[in-house]
Design a protein around this ligand. Structure first.
Ligand code: A3P
Length: 345
C-alpha cells in the first residue's frame, strides 16, 4: 500500500516538474523572440538616442497588439489616452519610384519597433482634392503610434508629380525622403505589366510594350510614354532638388532589396538615425513566392501580395537594348547627383 502511494506521489511530482520546466522553456523562448523582434527603442524627437525614453518590454507588445487593435478601430478613446498614443505626421516618406519596390520597402521598415507605417497610399500631396482638405486631414489618416515612434507613408506618385516637392517642403522642410529605384528598363516593363494586368482584368486589349515604348514614326524611344518618363530618374530628382538638399534623400537599390534585403534596410535604418533592429531573423526567403517574406515573431509572418512580383512579358531584345542605351546618360547623371552607383547596363 505504502509502496503504491509513493509511486503515485513520484508520478505526480514528475508530471508537475515536467509542466514547470515546459512553461519555463516556453517563457524563455517567447521573451527571447520578443527581444529579437521588438527590443528597446531609444529614439528621440529627431530620431537620436535618448536612454530615458526607452519603452519597457511590456509596452513593446503593443506594437503588434494594441496598435493593431487601434488600426482595426477596436480600441476606445480611453485606451488611446491611457497609452499616450498619437497620430503623427510622417518623419519620412517613400516618394517613389512606382514599381521600384515601394511596398516591400515600407513593409520591411515596419519590422522596426520604432517605425509605424501608414498602410494605404494616402495621395495627399499629389491629389489636389485631397490636398485641399488640409494638413489635419492628412494627419488623421496616419496610424496611431507612440510619441517615440516615427510614421512613414509611401505614395509613389509623389516622385513624378510636379507640385509635390513644394507641398511637402511647406509641411516639413527637414523631412527625410526615400526613393527606391530599379534598373530603369526593368522598372518600365514592370510598370507596363501592372497596367496590362489591369486591362486584362477588365477583358480589354492592350498594346504590346514594344509599340508603346518605341515611336513608330522615328523608331526612337517614345519619351511621351509614361513608363519611360518615370524611369528617367534624374529629371524628376532635379525638380526635388530645387526644394531639398541631396542629404535629405536616401536612394534604395530596389534590385538588391529583392535579392539581399537586409543590407539595404540597414542603410535605411542608418539614414533615419534608427538603432539597428531589423535582423536576418525578420526576413526569410520563400522559395514558392521567389521573394523574401517577413517574420514578425514565431507565430506571425507574411509575404507580400501576389500583385508584387508579377511575371513580365517577354520584350524584344532590340527594344531593351535601345531603352538601355537611351537611359544610360540619365543614369550617369543620377549616379553623379546621388553619389550612389548601380551596375545598370
Ligand atoms: P515586379 O512585380 O515587377 O516583380 P512596388 O511595390 O513599388 O509596386 O514594386 C513592386 C515590385 O517590388 C515588384 O515588381 C517586385 O519585384 C518588388 N519586390 C521587392 N521585394 C519584394 C518582395 N519581398 N516581395 C515581392 N515583391 C518584391
Amino acid at each position: 500500500m505504502l509502496f503504491k502511494q509513493q509511486a503515485l506521489l513520484r508520478q505526480k511530482l514528475f508530471v508537475l516538474g515536467s509542466l514547470a520546466i515546459g512553461s519555463l522553456l516556453y517563457l524563455v523562448a517567447r521573451v527571447g523572440s520578443l527581444d529579437r523582434l521588438q527590443p528597446l527603442c531609444p529614439i528621440d524627437g529627431r530620431f537620436g538616442t535618448r536612454a530615458q525614453d526607452e519603452i519597457p518590454l511590456r509596452a513593446l507588445q503593443f506594437k503588434r497588439g494594441l496598435l493593431h487593435e487601434f488600426r482595426k478601430g477596436n480600441a476606445t478613446k480611453e485606451q488611446i489616452r491611457l497609452h499616450n498614443l498619437v497620430q503623427q505626421l510622417p518623419k519620412a516618406i517613400i516618394i517613389g519610384v512606382r514599381k521600384g519596390g515601394t511596398r516591400a520597402l515600407l513593409e520591411m521598415l515596419n519590422l522596426h519597433p520604432a517605425v509605424v507605417k501608414a498602410s494605404q497610399e494616402i495621395h495627399f500631396f499629389d491629389n489636389d482634392e485631397n490636398y485641399a482638405k488640409g494638413i489635419e486631414w492628412y494627419r488623421k489618416k496616419m496610424p496611431f503610434s507612440y510619441p517615440h515612434q516615427i510614421t512613414i507613408e509611401k505614395s509613389p506618385a509623389y516622385f513624378i508629380t510636379e507640385e509635390v516637392p513644394e507641398r511637402i517642403y511647406k509641411m516639413n522642410s527637414s523631412i527625410k525622403l526615400l526613393i527606391i529605384v530599379r534598373e530603369p528598363t526593368t522598372r518600365a516593363i514592370s510598370d507596363y505589366t501592372q497596367v496590362l494586368e489591369g486591362k486584362e482584368r477588365k477583358n480589354k486589349t492592350y498594346y504590346k510594350f514594344e509599340k508603346l515604348a518605341i515611336d513608330p514614326n522615328t523608331c526612337e524611344v517614345n519619351t511621351k510614354y509614361k513608363a519611360v518618363r518615370t524611369s528617367i530618374y534624374t529629371k524628376h530628382l532635379e525638380r526635388w532638388l530645387k526644394y531639398f538638399p541631396i542629404e535629405q534623400f536616401h536612394i534604395v537599390d530596389g534590385d538588391r532589396l529583392i535579392t539581399e534585403p537586409l543590407p539595404e534596410l540597414q542603410l535605411v535604418e542608418k539614414f533615419l538615425n534608427l538603432p539597428p533592429r531589423i535582423s536576418q531573423y525578420n526576413l526569410y526567403f520563400n522559395a514558392t513566392r521567389g521573394f523574401y517574406c517577413l517574420r514578425f515573431n514565431i507565430v506571425f509572418n507574411k509575404c507580400l501580395a501576389g500583385s508584387k512580383g508579377r511575371i513580365h512579358p517577354e520584350v524584344d531584345t532590340s527594344v531593351i537594348t535601345k531603352l538601355r542605351k537611351f537611359f544610360h546618360p540619365f543614369n550617369q547623371k543620377f549616379y553623379q547627383i546621388t553619389g550612389r552607383t548601380f551596375n545598370w547596363p
